[in-house]
Design a protein around this ligand. Structure first.
Ligand code: NDP
Length: 298
């Protein structure tokens, strides 16, 4: 091991933790691993990782401790009984959960003398070890910067700020888009299939629509930030009519209508608020009225 490759502990060896420990090994770091199901460490141990017999031993091995767990409940289940061994550790928590739980965990760690850095990994295990992949981080900036070179062995690092909730927040915002997009794609596939069109045949059209979205985001973003919802390009009356057509096409195909009906209901509510002539992006006010937004008065 070279002086530029500090040793690391990895706790949690699901597909993600195993990929992370493997990336550290590949780049010459000494790695100590621990997992509830010990057998998941076998392959890593064969590649040179050290197996800690206990969580306490894993914590004692290194200052930098990477956590890759299902959620924060697993963190407390593992580290709670070993809390006396946390002092002086830097816990880089790459487990997904909510911003509130990240803030709570940072306070919990601090009470036990440890520093918590929150992470939100934006790629699957296959993206670990690729500098073009990205992970959100938040927490104390000096601690993050001190460990940045080591963390960048895993993915590129996008530091979002000192608030421990920020990395989790940015991660959840991305997931919000990801899941609703995937569900809408699957809904469209279901309608296509009921009409004898395979997912394969539909693929280029689905991809083309998905690829057009960044252009819409770039166009509307400055308007949203400025609270400008003029209907010069599109308007909610048109949007509502369009979604009604999707709803009827879905019903005619015998496919579950919950998804388009929900979208329709948002648009209808905005139209009922007198905003038929405004752009569809004014729906942001329907979801959460800005202090000065029209939805605030509704
Ligand atoms: P898994 O859920 O497969 O693995 C989670 C790990 O958590 C395992 O080591 C498991 O131990 C451990 N664990 C869960 N509950 C407990 C508990 N109560 N006590 C002790 N250990 C527990 O997750 P992944 O490896 O796929 O992902 C890890 C994190 O990374 C998750 O938060 C996930 O959301 C996030 N992530 C995952 C991505 C992916 O594509 N996989 C993409 C981006 C983020 P055991 O082996 O004993 O079951």
């Amino acid at each position: 091991m070279s002086a530029s490759a500090p040793s690391v502990t990895v706790i949690g060896l699901g597909p993600m933790g195993r990929a992370m420990a493997g990336a550290f090994l590949d780049s010459g770091h000494r790695v100590t691993v621990w997992n509830r199901t010990a057998a998941k460490a076998d392959e890593l141990v064969a590649r040179g990782a050290e197996r800690a017999a206990t969580v306490e031993e894993a914590l004692a091995a290194n200052e930098l401790v990477i956590l890759s767990l299902t959620d924060y409940d697993a963190l407390y289940a593992i580290l709670g009984p070993a809390a006396d061994s946390l002092a002086g550790r830097v816990l880089v928590n790459l487990s997904s959960d909510t911003p509130a739980r990240a803030r709570e965990a940072a306070a919990w760690a601090a009470r036990h003398g440890a520093v918590h850095l929150t992470g939100g990994v934006q790629v699957p295990p296959s993206g670990i070890g690729n500098p073009e992949s990205s992970t959100f981080y938040s927490g104390p900036e000096d601690v993050f910067e001190a460990h940045r070179p080591t963390l960048e062995v895993l993915t590129g690092a996008d530091y979002r700020g000192a608030d421990p909730g920020l990395a989790a927040l940015f991660y959840q915002l991305q997931m919000d888009i990801f899941w609703t997009t995937m569900v809408s794609y699957l809904h469209a596939v279901a309608v296509a299939r009921r009409n004898g069109i395979t997912a394969e045949e539909f693929l280029p059209y689905a991809s083309s629509t998905a690829a057009s979205i960044p252009g819409f985001l770039a166009f509307y973003t400055p308007r949203i930030d400025a609270g400008r919802y003029e209907g010069d390009v599109d308007n909610l009356a048109m949007g509502l009519a369009s979604v009604e057509h999707i709803l009827h096409t879905t019903a005619d195909a015998g496919v579950d209508t919950t998804l388009p009906a929900t979208v329709r209901d948002f648009m209808r509510r905005a139209v009922e608020q007198g905003r038929a002539g405004e752009s569809v992006v004014s729906l942001v006010e329907t979801f959460s009225p800005a202090a000065t937004g029209k939805g605030a008065a509704a």
